[in-house]
Ligand binder design. Structure first.
Ligand code: GLU
Length: 446
């Protein structure tokens, strides 16, 4: 196989979310697993809606995830190329001027539908004479330009979907250039894929029909179409589309919520595939394991609860040095190795350490139920002397068990609640050591 060159082509009209970042990730994993290249193309031909702020945001999101690119470029810098391609298509009679207004097109669609025909553009503009076109332009109309599809079958073997066949007579000739001269995405994308020697177009399956038209445009421009892979879209845990929730599922938001980039990558690389969803060691491991043949045809289910659990398992393996700076940004007190090693097992996302800051370093209100008061007094009296060590909790609770006859939950829970003010949390032997004698004595006194 030739070395792959792939591209990820976001429009800078918003930040990346889990849906489009999954496409970026799949491209990146494929390229990197095969020693290929990953090109970041910024689809900013829509100069009204595209902003540099979003472009930078997208780059920041990819960088944060570790999805580095080998090359990047902006479509807005390449209009001359698109103009040349458009001119060549016009010369070949494959790009033709149309003058229908949006209302006229709408009417045509309705009439076709009412006659039980598919709402495919009727190519009326192909029959316009030069005089008729001149008359329309004299009325002040400006043309939009459509690509003339072959009307035959467009076939390819999709790396995810298998053999595909699109009857191009069942789709409208796509508009490539609008009345105002601006380009829709279809033509620039093909021109760039040719110029950048893209070997594989990997994108969401909402682009399958586009591929039918684009493959014909590749051929018309003299290039062979790249390999194609269309991946199923993401759905939520409830089986519904994610479109309405994508704002809260932006990479920026997930980063702000404290998720680890590797947790997001591990999950997105593995949902909807034949692999188990679990934390990966790194992007390289995911890249080595990548294969289009592992991607299923059913929608991939994105479940935030699953993301949390993958995130938790990554956190549980992180050393203090890995998180020190971020802990310090959460709270200077949290940048404490003993604290991190004790509380990490109880955190799903890093900011969860907040829950244990007061317990470890501050004041809490001990929780002592009435029926446990005597027990806690006995416990206070029998706390072993001297500094609290790893053994203190074991020695202390064994003695309390023998003295009071309490065991299991009845023995441990009142102590936990008195010492931490909570009914859950990290292992108490470590917790007691972290709390220290002074605070422990004070809390046991109620
Ligand atoms: N800008 C297009 C999109 O985001 C790119 C599609 C493609 O990969 O060709 O949908």
């Amino acid at each position: 196989m030739t070395t792959p060159i792939v591209r990820f082509a976001p429009s800078p009209t918003g930040r990346l979310h889990v849906g489009n970042v999954r496409t970026a990730l799949i491209n990146w994993l494929f390229a990197n697993g095969a020693g290929g290249q990953f090109v970041l193309r910024i689809d900013d031909t829509d100069t009204e809606r595209s902003t540099e702020v979003y472009e930078q945001g997208i780059k920041d999101d990819l960088t944060w995830l570790g999805l580095t690119w080998d090359d990047t470029f902006n479509q807005s810098k390449r209009f001359e190329k698109y103009d040349a391609a458009a001119a060549s298509l016009k010369e070949k009679g494959l790009l033709y001027a149309c003058y229908e207004t949006a209302d006229e097109l709408d009417r045509k669609r309705k009439i076709a539908l009412s006659r039980g025909r598919p709402p495919v553009y009727d190519r009326a503009a192909l029959n316009l004479t030069d005089d008729e076109k001149a008359a329309l332009e004299a009325e002040g109309r400006k043309p939009h330009w459509r690509f003339k599809l072959s009307g035959g079958r467009c076939e390819w073997t999709d790396l995810v979907r298998g053999d595909q066949s699109i009857d191009t007579s069942s789709i409208s000739d796509p508009i490539l250039i609008r009345e105002d001269g601006s380009y829709l995405y279809t033509l620039p994308s093909v021109v760039d894929d040719i110029d950048y020697d893209i070997t594989h177009v990997v994108r969401g399956e909402d682009h399958v029909t586009n591929s039918g038209a684009q493959i014909e445009i590749f051929q018309a421009l003299g290039g062979a179409a790249p390999n194609m892979a269309h991946t199923p879209l993401l759905i939520g845990a409830d089986g519904q589309g994610l479109s309405k929730r994508l704002g809260s599922l932006s990479i920026a938001q997930l980063a702000e919520d404290g998720f680890e980039p590797l947790a997001i990558a591990s999950l997105l690389a593995r949902i909807g595939t034949s692999e188990n969803v679990e934390a990966a060691d790194g992007l390289d491991q995911l890249a080595r394991a990548f294969g289009f043949d592992k991607i299923g045809r059913a929608p991939a289910r994105f479940d935030e609860a699953e993301l949390k659990s993958v995130n938790a398992s990554i956190l549980h393996g992180l050393q203090f040095e890995d998180v020190k700076d971020r802990l310090s940004a959460i709270d200077p007190r949290a940048a404490n190795e003993a604290f991190w090693m004790v509380v990490r097992e109880n955190c799903s996302v890093l900011p969860d350490v907040r829950e244990f800051l007061e317990v470890a370093f501050g004041e809490i209100t001990p929780e002592i139920d009435d029926e446990d008061r005597d027990f806690i007094s006995a416990a206070a009296a029998s706390l072993p002397d001297g500094d609290i060590t790893d053994e203190t909790w074991g020695t202390w609770t064994s003695a309390l068990k023998a003295d009071t006859g309490r065991k299991g939950r009845g023995l441990f829970m009142p102590l936990r609640k008195a010492l931490t003010g909570m009914a859950h949390g990290p292992d108490m032997a470590s917790m007691l050591k972290l709390i220290g004698r002074e605070k422990a004595v004070k809390r046991l006194a109620g």
